[in-house]
Design a protein around this ligand. Structure first.
Ligand code: TH1
Length: 829
């Protein structure tokens, strides 16, 4: 029957139908169809959300139509595909991006207008999927955009968290977390695939013995089981090709808790079923600090096994031999969150598909590649053995076996000594025993990469030093990148259009073409148009901030912005020290040349990170003081923009004059916000950290405000026994600023509130704010000197954008494709 059906239906002719065309009339007709037949509404009764949903469905139809072409050419060409495994994604709002990629924004706007609907109103009500914490999740989404745009066959796997990252509101200066409700009104972009579902086992025990044919066999007898169901979101690349974001949702199966089920204990069985669905309930809201939580391990294993079972199914339905899995799939591990995949693929190949160990190991190593995103010790994942054994008993055995073989190899073939062997073992036995996930990922992959040139070097020097010595060729660098579609064309359309009017629009898919802007850097009329757009963007942001916070800022001010996760290593408090230093000097009548500035912050703090939350309170307290003070508030304003997410970020980057990238050298693996600001014409004030190093190299030393210690200096300082208190005593101005924080002036006389922060800086200062303070203050003076020369500023701003080509995620994906995945784009007919 199925054969007949597929013979009769010619997809190409269906997709060529007039209903699905991209004309204004067709969009209008589809919209009304979607409203009526898709969600059962008549126009007169349609709510704004109904209209949004109807338009989303209208656009989704057109995306699927594009996808048919991609899918057909992939299966024809039998191309090697990429499977990207990530616990986090931050796609941002879909509607406007999809319109842009389909190139139908104009006619859609007109179609809506003719129906009396404002397109921007519909765009504004979309709730973005906040399925990630920050840079790591957004990077995965930029990469998916580039994979789709370049036409590389790809499927991105992850978790369909019911509650994504919390919404941040500010109450009395403090962060308050509200649960995310992204699915509250439904999600028109996804399609559930109930028939694509896999069983996931947990706990129980293993049985070792011969099967009926006398073959040695391990059987995992689980304690519980859930089902993972696929939810697909089509991701459209620019002008056509597509990729799929396949997210797994945990669902109960009938016989979830075997013990309860067998006893006929109905209520306990139902309760157990409910609990099983908790696995995909909520995203852990910690950036780079995981606390060994059982549910987190279950989340990781859950999405990994579903993804690997799916990959194997896709491979086998093509009639291919499992022994050639690595020839058809390159599987990228986005940090160690999916690293359990190494053991799981071994289990599937050996226990389930009966391959012998050596063959399975060859396939596994050749499938996987691992990206490390951080050197922070608290972010290096480790699982205590008892917890791990309780959840994944079979995987513990497999990891022991992998480790045993690896240690034998280095002991005998490479003559490593006991100390080196203990240092490289997957098991940390220095105290309580742990599994080191970075070691598992490194040993089980054929490639390991860092995310900026500097980070990749440090990775080889520090965290994975001995592995780099053992396998020098396994290590490489792929510097992060960002998609110019969302982060320039979509979020700063006026600038994009100005650029295109001078150099054509080739830059959208070939960002190096921005170099053609260089000759116009000195062109006064180009400079004027450039700065006029910036001013407009600042007006737009000022209006938004006024709506969100009630604080008014003058768009003519210098917009000095730091937007990223709140973390001590990122040093938002260094920026606060600078602001207070400006404030105190203005109060004394100094700094007569100071140009009026708006200091803008945005970022979420992990709910359990006390110091980060205190930092938010500090910023808002400084804001209260400064913004009310009529002696200074025409020269400075401080604003904390609540709820930093992709949508808000798209309003920040285009409006920035100055981008703050001020982490302590050696701490930020790459950063990607640094790229987004610079691509939108902000100048950077920054340290030699992460990708800042490469940004400075590209834009030129003269077009980047550098300050602070280098990594080498940071390390030398630490070795020498860093004494922040000495700096405090020697620098009178710094002392005034720090003492002001605990003077009570920021906290209605309360001298205790900010004391923990103050004492931490004076006596510990793990991120060396005090060491970099004066250098930062002096550098800010240079910023203000340049700001007084608008033409010079405009020139440098233009040069920054012109030289950002390297930081396109298209370049990153080409690097991954050439260096690691060995995949090539499909040629769409
Ligand atoms: C970030 C890094 O801090 C940042 O420098 C980098 O640009 C970004 O990844 C993309 O490569 C990381 N985010 C996380 C989040 C978790 C664990 C580790 C990292 S590293 C949960």
């Amino acid at each position: 029957d199925e054969k007949k059906f597929s013979d009769k239906i010619n997809i190409a002719s269906t997709s060529g139908s007039s209903r699905i065309s991209h004309s204004k009339e067709a969009i209008k007709a589809s919209f009304l169809d979607s409203l009526f037949y898709g969600i059962g509404r008549v126009p007169a009764l349609a709510t704004p959300n109904d209209r949004y949903t109807a338009l989303a469905l209208t656009i989704r139809d057109r995306i699927f139509q594009q996808f048919i072409l991609t899918t057909e050419s992939i299966s024809k060409q039998d191309a090697r595909a990429v499977a990207y495994l990530s616990a986090e994604y931050l796609p941002g709002p879909h509607l406007a991006n999809n319109l842009l990629n389909l190139e139908i924004t104009a006619q859609t706007r007109e179609a809506m207008e003719e129906l009396g609907i404002e397109l921007d109103d519909l765009i504004a009500i979309e709730e973005e999927p906040g399925l990630g914490n920050g840079g790591l999740g957004r990077l995965a989404s930029c990469y998916l955009d580039s994979l789709a745009t370049l036409g590389i066959p790809a499927i991105a796997y992850g978790i369909r968290y019911e509650f994504g990252i919390f919404d941040q509101v500010i109450k009395d200066g403090w962060q308050v977390e509200l649960t995310d409700k992204w699915l509250h009104y439904g999600n028109p972009w996804e399609v559930v695939r109930p028939e694509i579902a896999y069983e996931v086992k947990f706990g129980g025990r293993t049985e070792h013995g011969a099967d009926s044919n006398g073959k040695f066999q391990v059987t995992w007898v689980p304690g519980s089981e859930v089902k993972g169901t696929a939810y697909d979101t089509p991701i459209l690349g620019y002008k056509g090709n597509g990729a799929v974001l396949r997210l797994w949702r945990a669902e109960a199966i009938e016989s979830f808790d075997f013990a309860a089920f067998n006893l006929g204990d109905y209520y306990r069985a139902v309760e157990a079923k409910m609990l099983s669905e908790n696995i995909t309930k909520v995203l852990y809201p910690n950036d780079q600090a995981q606390g060994g939580k059982e549910l987190r391990l279950k989340q990781q294993y859950f999405f990994v096994t579903c993804s690997l079972q799916d990959i194997i199914r896709l491979h086998l339905i093509q009639g291919r031999n499992l022994e050639r899995l690595h020839e058809k799939f390159a599987i990228q591990l986005n940090d160690t969150h999916p690293a359990i995949a190494i053991a799981e693929l071994m289990r599937l190949l050996v226990d389930v598909h009966q391959l012998d160990w050596a063959k399975a190991w060859h396939i596994t190593q050749n499938c996987f590649a691992y990206t490390n995103h951080t050197l922070l010790p608290e972010a290096l994942e480790k699982w205590s053995i008892p917890l791990f054994e309780k959840v994944l008993p079979r995987h513990l055995e497999i990891i022991y076996e992998i480790n045993h073989r690896f240690l034998e190899e280095i002991r005998h073939q490479h003559s490593y000594n006991n100390a080196q062997i203990a240092g490289m073992s997957i098991i940390d036995e220095s105290g309580e025993r742990y599994i080191r996930m970075a070691h598992l990922a490194t040993i089980g992959s054929h490639s390991v990469n860092g995310v900026s040139a500097m980070h990749s070097e440090l990775l080889k020097k520090e965290v994975l030093h001995d592995f780099a010595g053992l396998w020098p060729d396994k290590f490489c660098n792929v510097t992060n990148g960002i998609t110019p579609r969302r982060f320039l064309y979509l979020s700063n359309t006026p600038l994009a259009e100005l650029i295109s009017s001078y150099i054509g629009n080739g830059w959208i898919t070939d960002l190096d073409q921005l170099r053609k802007l260089e000759p116009y850097a000195d062109d006064v009329s180009f400079q004027n148009s450039w700065m006029e757009i910036k001013l407009n963007n600042k007006q737009h942001l000022a209006a938004l901030l006024q709506k969100q916070t009630g604080i008014e800022i003058d768009p003519a001010m210098l917009f000095d912005i730091q937007a990223k996760r709140i973390h001590e290593y990122k040093r938002q408090h260094l920026k606060v020290l600078h602001i207070l230093s400006v404030y105190l000097r203005l109060k004394k009548g100094e700094l007569i040349n100071f140009s009026p500035s708006a200091f803008i912050f945005a970022g979420k703090a992990a709910p359990g990170y006390i110091m980060a939350k205190l930092l938010i309170k500090l910023i808002n307290s400084v804001a209260d003081l400064v913004n009310q003070d009529t002696e200074v508030n025409d020269k400075m304003k401080v604003v904390f923009m609540p709820d930093f997410n992709v949508k808000n970020a798209q309003n920040l980057y285009p409006a920035a004059d100055l981008s703050e990238q001020i982490s302590m050298a050696g701490m930020e693996a790459s950063g990607t916000g640094n790229m987004k600001f610079s691509l939108n014409g902000a100048l950077t004030i920054g340290t030699l950290d992460g990708a800042n190093v490469e940004i400075r190299q590209e834009v030129g030393e003269d077009n980047f405000f550098l300050f602070g210690l280098s990594v080498e200096q940071v390390q030398a300082n630490k070795t020498a026994g860093y004494q922040p208190y000495d700096i405090y005593q020697q620098n009178q101005h710094l002392r005034e600023v720090l003492d002001f924080i605990v003077s009570g002036a920021l906290s209605q006389g309360d001298t205790q509130l900010f004391r923990p922060l103050y004492e931490n800086l004076l006596y510990q200062d793990p991120f060396m704010l005090l060491a970099d303070y004066q250098s930062y203050i002096d550098c800010q003076e240079q910023v203000h000197e340049l700001w007084r020369e608008p033409k010079e500023w405009a020139r440098k701003s233009i040069l920054n954008v012109a030289r950002m080509g390297k930081f396109s995620s298209d370049r990153s994906i080409r690097d991954y494709s050439d260096l690691i995945w060995k995949v090539t784009p499909i040629n769409k007919k």
